[in-house]
Design a protein around this ligand. Structure first.
Ligand code: TYD
Length: 232
C-alpha cells in the first residue's frame, strides 16, 4: 500500500484546436479523484522563464522571428520545464501530464518550418537530457476543423496558429508519422469524437499503464524508465 509509485509521464499532442487542454484537465481530475498526485503543465511555459519565452514566441509584435530562433526558444522553454518541473515531479513519483512536448517541435518546427526532424529532435534531446514520455496521447484534428474551433471564441490566433493551412497540414502528417513509427508509445484518437468518449479511452489506456507499473517488482527498471529517470 505504501509502496513508492514510479512517476508516469504523459504528453498530449495534436494540432491547434484539437482539444488537448480539455482532455489533459479531465484526465488530471479523474486521477486526482483517486488520490493520485498529478502535475498538469504545459509548453511552451510551465516555469517563470518558460512563460516569458511563451509570450516572446507566440505573441505578435516582436518583429521577425526566423525558424531557427523559434526552434531554439521552444527548446529553451522545454529545457527549463524538463529540469525544473517534470524531472523532479517524476522523481517524487507523481503523474506528469504535459500539454505539448518534444513532438510539437518536431512537427511544427521540423515539418511545419521545414527545419528537418533530425536537427529538431537532437536539439530537444540535448535540451531535455533525453527525457521521454511513457505515453503520448495524439488528438488528430483536421486543420480546417481546428481553425474553426479556435476562431469560434474571441481570442485571436497566435503567431503559429495564424499560419496557412498547408503549414497545419504538414504538422498533422508529421504527428501521425511519429505515432505510426512507435505505436506502442502512442494513443491516437480522432479529435472529433465526443469529449466524454475521448476521456474514457484515455483513462482506459492510462489505467493499463498504471497496472503495468504496479506489476513491476520494486527496484526493477520500468518500461522506458532509463530515459525518464536515468536509472541504470
Ligand atoms: P498551445 O499552448 O497548444 O496553444 P493554445 O494554448 O493557444 O491553445 O500552443 C501554442 C502554439 O505553439 C501552438 O500553435 C503550437 C506551437 N508550438 C510549436 O510550434 N512548437 C513547440 O515546441 C510547442 C511546444 C508549441
Amino acid at each position: 500500500m505504501s509502496k513508492q509509485r514510479a512517476g508516469l509521464f504523459i504528453a498530449f499532442e495534436g494540432g491547434d484546436g484539437a482539444g488537448k487542454s480539455t482532455q489533459a484537465a479531465r484526465l488530471a481530475e479523474a486521477l486526482e479523484s483517486r488520490g493520485l498526485t498529478v502535475l498538469l503543465t504545459r509548453e511552451p511555459g510551465g516555469t517563470p522563464v518558460g512563460e516569458k519565452l511563451r509570450s516572446l514566441v507566440l505573441d505578435h509584435g516582436h518583429g521577425e522571428i526566423d525558424a531557427h530562433t523559434e526552434a531554439l526558444i521552444f527548446a529553451a522553454s522545454r529545457a527549463a520545464h524538463a529540469s525544473q518541473v517534470i524531472r523532479p515531479a517524476l522523481e517524487r513519483g507523481d503523474i506528469v501530464l504535459t500539454d505539448r512536448y518534444i513532438d510539437s517541435s518536431v512537427a511544427y518546427q521540423g515539418a511545419g518550418r521545414a527545419l528537418g526532424e533530425d536537427a529538431v529532435r537532437s536539439l530537444n534531446e540535448w535540451a531535455t537530457s533525453g527525457l521521454q514520455p511513457h505515453l503520448t496521447v495524439l488528438l488528430d484534428v483536421d486543420p480546417a476543423v481546428g481553425r474553426r474551433r479556435r476562431t469560434a471564441g474571441e481570442t485571436a490566433e497566435d503567431r503559429l496558429e495564424s499560419e496557412a493551412d498547408e503549414f497545419h497540414l504538414r504538422i498533422r502528417e508529421a504527428f501521425l508519422e511519429l505515432a505510426q513509427r512507435r505505436p506502442e508509445s502512442y494513443l491516437v484518437l480522432p479529435a472529433h469524437d465526443s469529449v466524454s468518449m475521448l476521456s474514457a479511452r484515455i483513462l482506459e489506456r492510462v489505467d493499463t499503464l498504471l497496472a503495468e507499473q504496479d506489476e513491476t517488482p520494486a527496484g526493477a527498471p520500468q518500461a522506458r524508465a532509463t530515459a525518464v529517470g536515468g536509472a541504470p
